[in-house]
Structure formats: C-alpha cells, structure tokens
Write a new protein. Structure first.
Length: 223
C-alpha cells in the first residue's frame, strides 16, 4: 500500500518538527515537505502534490484560509486538514467554506493526528461535533438570510432525490455513514452510494462541503 504523503504548513518550527516526528513514525504516512506560510504552502503543493496538507490558519504572508482556497481551486487532488489551537476558532468556519476537509486541534494525540490524516486522505471529512456546533453558531449569528440565492438552491439541490436530501441533512448534523444507515434502517453501503451521488450532483468535494452547503441552502437551520 502506498504511503499517505503529507505536507505540513505552519509558521512555528516546533509544531512542524513535532508533527513530522509523530507522522513519520506511522508505517503508512510520510511527511514529504514543510511550509512556513500560506504562499509557500501553495508552491509546495504544486511541487510535491501531497495527499493531505496540514494547514495552520494563522500564518504570515498568506493565511491558511486563502492558501486553502487556492489549493482547493487548483486541479490537484490534495486535501486540506486545518490545524487550530482552539476548537471554536473564529476562522474554522471560513476555512471550511474555503474548501478544507475538516480541522484538528494542535494538541491532538499522535493517534488522533494519524487517524485524521487517514480519514481526509480517504476522501472522507473530519466533521467533528465541535465543527457542527460551530456551523450552527455561525448561522445563528448570520440570521435567517440564506447564503445561497433561491435560484442557486433550486438549481443545485433540485436534482437530489427525497432520500438523498434526507441523507444530506443528516450529514450536516454530523452523523457518520453508519449512524445514518442505522437511522434510516438501510445498509451502510447504500448510504455510501447516496453520499457519492450527492457530492457529484452538487459538485462538492466531500462531506464537510456538503454540510456547509446544507446550512447555506437552509436545508438545515440552527436549533
């Protein structure tokens, strides 16, 4: 099995070195490069094409949110896993909107770090309950106005079947495939198929983007 190739972008040398040691100790993960700011992260992604980028949000020259936006918009397949000091970091939501596949606390254990990298590399999303709560908090603050226009909503999710819409709502509530399968009393493989179709129909990268879409389209409302 090919190792998961990781790029670490953080302006603190101790953080980069610490994560490198932890991840390189894993048999199926390889740190292929480091970056000290967002601009360098973009350049290194183009050069190295890592599977996963561990991206700090607060960095000089170009912050992690803008770097994430550029990386996701490129034609590469690199996934971004945002690193933050606080689980309710004010920039977490914007990072998710920029295209990050999830976020991880900097004080995560070696196992949590490795598991997070594997989840994101596999095309899933690290949508922890704290992220879901953050989304709800943001939309409570924004009020009742949808971020997507009615026309865009109709065009984008109008093609979803009733069951796919139901699955999308449960994704936005932070449920895993197995939890959704249990809730709907179907096989987990069936849910995986629904999720894949949802992402294709909506033109989204992963579950996190699906959750953001569901909130912005008001398929899910705070509270």
């Amino acid at each position: 099995m090919t190792n998961i190739r990781v790029l670490i972008a953080d302006d603190q040398m101790m953080v980069r070195e610490g994560f490198s040691v932890l991840l390189n100790a894993m048999p199926d993960i390889e740190v292929v490069g480091e970056a000290v700011n967002g601009r360098e992260a973009i350049d290194r992604v183009r050069e190295l094409a890592p599977d996963v980028v561990l991206m700090d949000i607060r960095m000089p020259v170009l912050n992690g949110i803008e770097a994430t936006r550029e990386i996701v918009a490129s034609e590469g397949d690199s996934k971004v896993l945002v690193l933050t000091t606080f689980d309710l970091d004010e920039y977490v939501y914007e990072a998710l909107r920029a295209g990050a596949s999830g976020f991880l606390l900097k004080d995560a254990s070696a196992r949590q770090l490795a598991d997070g990298v594997k989840v994101v590399a596999a095309g899933e999303a690290l949508l922890a309950p704290t992220v879901t709560r953050r989304l709800i908090t943001e939309f409570s603050r924004l009020g009742d106005t949808p971020r997507l226009s009615a026309a865009v909503q109709a065009q984008q999710y109008g093609e979803l079947t009733e069951r796919e819409t139901e699955v999308l709502v449960l994704i936005a509530q932070g449920l895993s495939n197995s939890e959704i399968a249990s809730r709907l009393v179907v096989a987990e493989s069936t849910i995986k198929t629904h999720v894949s179709r949802i992402l294709v129909k909506l033109g989204l990268r992963d579950r996190t983007q699906a959750a953001v879409f569901a909130y912005e389209a008001r398929l899910v409302t705070p509270g």
